[in-house]
Design a protein around this ligand. Structure first.
Ligand code: SF4
Length: 346
């Protein structure tokens, strides 16, 4: 292995993406490689190990591009998620170097996945230039509002450095941008996160929102802070899917939160279905079918098609449609087909 690839291996084992990008791409050799161009940063995000480093591993754009391409051609990286620390607070230089890396990759014939992180406070011209080379751009909001962000980062201005850039990304790269929250770092409630996520989906239409459970990294200002249970971030992904893919509205989701505004550790679709009347598959509209656990967009569509000619109260027909009967049965109105024992359904 070359010295460059050894350096990349050391850099990609950094905890930075454990905290700020854990859920993007699974731990598979062909998932996107996540790496920082500059391994030091003068910002002070209290959850981030990079801000504590005196000296981190850094690359020139040329080094990083060619090292990545070598790994890509060896089948060891399926794409690239590239960010950077911000030494001396020079955001413009950071953006320039990220874009330079992207240019080298594209001019070398690389046409795969390239997710570039936009830096807090980046100027619009630089973002527009960066967008020419990226598959996806993102800026991490990290916390649900300015007050919470100020608990964990004093340099970034929530409104101007983050929210305005989030809005710009929606204009520059509509539907191809994303953001992320570090869940639990600032002591926020899940309702706080929910309100910001809903506003983001309603106004800026990001392709995805990512949720990373905060965990305390030794040496950071938050090293004594309680870890966020991983289930909380996982429940966020379930709630997010209901908002993004199933069309749930703001007003109907309150049953997923407890009285303190925290997510309940239970399947959110089931929590919501328990508050609704049973659904008759013969007469229900698409949106009503989607609210039944065990029915997704594909199986809901199949029910609508098949009910023209078949009895969709019959569990065998529903199964043919792709319905997971064990989940769906308690929430469906099936007349004589309704079983009293769930155990016989699978
Ligand atoms: S801006 Fe914050 S999160 Fe990003 S590298 Fe610097 S300290 Fe870490």
């Amino acid at each position: 292995m070359s010295e460059l690839l050894r350096k990349i291996e050391r850099a990609t084992s950094s905890q930075f993406f454990d905290q700020t990008g854990r859920n993007e791409g699974k731990s598979h050799q062909c998932s996107p490689m996540k790496i920082l161009l500059e391994g030091t940063c003068s910002f002070d995000c209290a959850y981030c190990e990079v801000c504590t480093r005196k000296k981190g591993i850094s690359f020139t754009p040329d080094e990083l591009a060619h090292g990545f391409l070598e790994l890509y051609h060896q089948g060891k990286a399926g794409g690239l998620l590239l960010s950077t620390g911000i030494p001396r607070g020079d955001v413009d230089l950071g953006m320039e170097r990220l874009t330079e890396t992207a240019k080298i990759l594209r001019s070398s014939g690389y046409n795969g996945y390239l997710h570039l992180k936009v830096l807090p406070g980046a100027n619009r011209t630089d973002i527009t230039e960066m967008a020419k080379y990226a598959t996806r751009l993102s800026i991490n909001l990290e916390a649900p509002n300015a007050s919470y962000l100020s608990e964990v980062a004093s340099v970034k201005n929530y409104s101007t450095d983050l929210l305005t850039r989030h809005k710009w990304l929606a204009e520059i790269m509509p539907g191809k941008h994303s953001t992320q929250f570090v869940v639990g770092a600032a002591g926020e409630s899940d309702v706080d996160i929910f309100n910001t996520v809903m506003t983001s989906y309603e106004k800026y239409h990001p392709a995805r929102v990512y949720y990373s459970a905060f965990y305390a990294i030794s040496g950071t200002p938050l090293e004594q802070h309680e870890n966020t249970p991983v289930w909380r971030a996982n429940r966020w992904y379930q709630v997010d899917a209901l908002l993004r893919l199933y069309g749930y509205e703001r007003a109907e989701t309150s049953p997923v939160f407890d009285e303190d505004g925290m997510l309940l550790n239970a399947d959110p679709k089931i929590l919501l279905a328990k508050t609704l009347p049973e659904v008759n598959p013969v007469t229900a509209e698409f949106a009503e079918l989607l609210r039944v656990p065990g029915i997704g967009p594909v199986s809901a569509g199949e029910i609508l098609k098949k009910r023209e000619e078949k009895n969709v109260k019959n569990p065998d027909v529903l199964r043919e449609c792709g319905v997971i009967m064990k989940r769906a049965m308690p929430y469906l109105s099936l007349g004589k087909y309704k079983q009293t024992t769930l155990a016989s359904w699978s």
